[in-house]
Write a protein of this length. Structure first.
Length: 287
């Protein structure tokens, strides 16, 4: 049996929720797919009763009854909040003339297990840049992004707010294997095909890298993409890419995500994280 694919929009009730829905709708229209709204309440089901049984504690124990009652009173409002949040998000999509199917998924616990549970039907994931409760001017990004992207085998779109229809995109290209994989993904998807594209390499890493840039450009053009190659003068990679983005009115940046092992990233930093944290435009991550 074929499982219907969807665009998975991760919503958390933050100010970015409407934007996540709008970018998910944009992505879904491009690929002619439905949207699934995922809300995860960070609450674990109570294990108090199970623990009391295991320890032989009598249910008449006053403290045990108090703990069970408090736990039930905590989870019930959270479930109601989740119902309201997902219903409001669905109404927002309908108000924006999104008329395809919208599914709702609600889970308790952590975000990553919920995403993994839906992985067999997920074509792409759309998430906010920062988690609920973070200030919009906070330069740090949520840890949830790296955790999800390192595990996901589909593109992850980190959206901006408010929503703006993308018209031009930039592919960050460093001639690595992940950069080649990124251009292959773009070439095989209709997502960006109608837009003006730029494939940008910072500095001059040598003739072999330039040959890879030319090959990637040719592959995209052969697939029907409007794409121009660029070699930005020597500069720190992130500074060069973001300067190009600003000067050329780029609406979305495409990056191969977290190509370094986690320990090496901690020691040397991450181009992926720096780009997400220092640009206001959406970033499409290909892992």
């Amino acid at each position: 049996m074929t499982i219907e694919q969807h665009i998975l929009a991760c919503i958390d009730g933050s100010k970015a929720t409407d934007s996540v829905c709008d970018y998910a709708a944009w992505y879904a229209r491009k690929l002619a797919l439905p949207i699934s709204l995922l809300h995860v309440s960070d609450l674990s089901a109570s294990k108090i009763s199970e623990l009391s049984d295991a320890l032989g504690i009598d249910n008449s124990n006053a403290l045990l009854r108090l703990l069970i009652e408090r736990d039930a009173n905590t989870i019930s409002p959270a479930a109601n909040d989740s119902d309201d949040l997902t219903a409001n998000a669905k109404r927002h999509l309908e108000s924006q003339s999104y008329d395809a199917k919208v599914y709702i998924h609600q889970h308790d616990g952590k975000l990553l297990p919920a995403i993994e549970y839906l992985s067999d039907r997920t074509r792409a994931i759309v998430m906010a840049r920062r988690e609920e409760g973070r200030d919009a001017n906070d330069a740090t990004i949520g840890d949830h992004i790296e955790r999800v992207v390192r595990k996901a085998d589909v593109p992850v779109l980190i959206c901006s707010e408010p929503f703006a229809e993308p018209n031009a995109y930039l592919i960050a290209f460093d001639a690595s294997d992940i950069a080649i994989k990124t251009t292959d993904m773009i070439a095989n998807s209709p997502l960006l095909k109608s837009m003006q594209g730029h494939i940008v390499m910072v500095g001059d890493p040598g003739s072999a890298a330039n040959a890879r840039l030319a090959d990637a450009t040719d592959k995209l053009r052969a697939a029907g993409f409007q794409i121009e190659p660029h070699n930005v003068p020597e500069a720190p990679a992130v500074d060069g890419l973001l300067d190009f983005q600003e000067k050329h009115d780029i609406d979305i940046i495409v990056v191969g995500a977290y190509s370094r092992p986690k320990l090496q990233q901690w020691l040397l930093g991450s181009t992926t994280t720096d780009i997400i944290a220092n640009t206001s435009c959406p970033v499409l991550l290909v892992h």
